[in-house]
Design a protein around this ligand. Structure first.
Ligand code: APR
Length: 315
């Protein structure tokens, strides 16, 4: 059942945050509070979006603030605060700066919305999600990261393009961390139920896998001054919608594992069921040995970065 008067906070009124807020109100998902550290930015963008309301024709309200008191009793909080990548930077280069930002933001969020569900978008994603979970002291089903929806959307687009078919009929699965070691899963990627391994050559599938893994950097290299935001914003908004409307949608999500896939105490992308309680189930696929090995390798890379957080005394 959809929540009665859902309230969503988006922290970070930059490219990803403001676009996510726009998607949420224009898709009529919820009212939104947009928060940023820079004075005037969230207020100005919120007013601009409200002035689009008579043209876009929706009844959702968006307000901008620099004060977390405005976020009180949010049902869902999306954290996009932080710096974005520039050419030559890996997601991991953002670690220290964004850890300080995401840690501080989480403390404020928890103070005002102790029952909320937190979706982390800031990079390096898996590490920031881990940090936010530790800081929040929330149960793991209420803190998770947005990566797999984006990575699989990119893969879906590349498959649809290669076969010249509608994106609507294409499903894809990407597991693992949101970094160079992510694990696209052709065996679990289909066009109307037909595995892509039946439709595309191994060489084309390999090309699609590689382009998916490098999907973020491809955009960074075009933009030069920042990273992707339209598809990340759409992906985060879709997760919010699944929660607010209790849709029980199945997505790859950066989730806390406690034994699933033979992994413990690590956040990586796996398929989950998303509903009003957050992660309502982690779906454990039967992986082939090389697939499982790739997932473990990806999880190891995440663990190494989480260890850096401890070394820097940030967690
Ligand atoms: N509290 C609130 N907002 C903050 C804070 C803070 N402590 N620190 C920075 N911000 C805000 C910035 O003022 C800026 O408006 O976060 C916003 C980030 O916006 P952009 O620079 O446009 O970055 P964006 O492209 O939105 O990416 C944000 O999402 O996808 C990830 O890698 C990306 O980590 C990055 C994050």
């Amino acid at each position: 059942m959809t929540l009665k008067n859902p309230k969503v906070t988006v922290v970070g009124a930059g490219n990803v945050g403001a676009t996510c807020a726009q998607r949420l109100i224009e898709k009529n998902v919820s009212d939104v509070v947009l928060v940023d550290i820079i004075e005037g930015i969230p207020q100005g963008k919120a007013l601009d979006l409200m002035e689009a309301r008579p043209v876009e024709l929706h009844d959702r309200k968006i307000t901008g603030s620099n004060d977390y008191a405005a976020t009180k009793d949010s049902d869902v909080v999306v954290i996009t605060a932080g710096i974005a990548r520039k050419p030559g930077m890996s997601r991991d280069d953002l670690l220290k700066t964004n850890a300080q930002i995401v840690g501080g933001v989480t403390n404020e969020v928890v103070k005002y919305s102790p029952n909320s569900i937190i979706i982390v978008v800031s990079n390096p994603l898996d590490v920031m999600t881990h940090l936010s979970w530790v800081k929040s002291k929330f149960p793991p089903e209420r803190v998770f990261g947005m990566a797999g929806v984006l990575d699989s959307a990119r893969m879906r687009f590349f498959i649809a393009e290669a076969l010249n078919v509608s994106c609507e009929d294409v499903q894809a699965m990407v597991l693992g961390g949101h970094g160079d070691q992510m694990v696209p899963m052709p065996r679990f990627s289909t066009v109307s139920g037909i595995p892509i391994t039946e439709l595309l050559s191994p060489q084309k599938i390999n090309e699609i896998n590689e382009r998916t893994k490098n999907g973020g950097i491809e955009i960074v290299n075009y933009l030069k001054t920042g990273s992707a935001y339209y598809a990340p914003a759409s992906s985060a908004a879709t997760m919010v919608e699944a929660i607010i409307q209790d849709r029980k949608r199945v997505f790859p999500v950066c989730a806390h594992l406690s034994g699933e896939y033979g992994l413990k105490d690590v956040f990586v992308g796996v398929p989950v069921k998303l509903g009003q309680k957050g992660i309502e189930k982690i779906i454990e696929l039967k992986l082939a040995s090389e697939e499982l090995e790739a997932l473990h390798k990806s999880a190891d890379a995440v663990k190494q970065n989480v260890a850096k957080l401890s070394e820097l005394a940030l967690v």
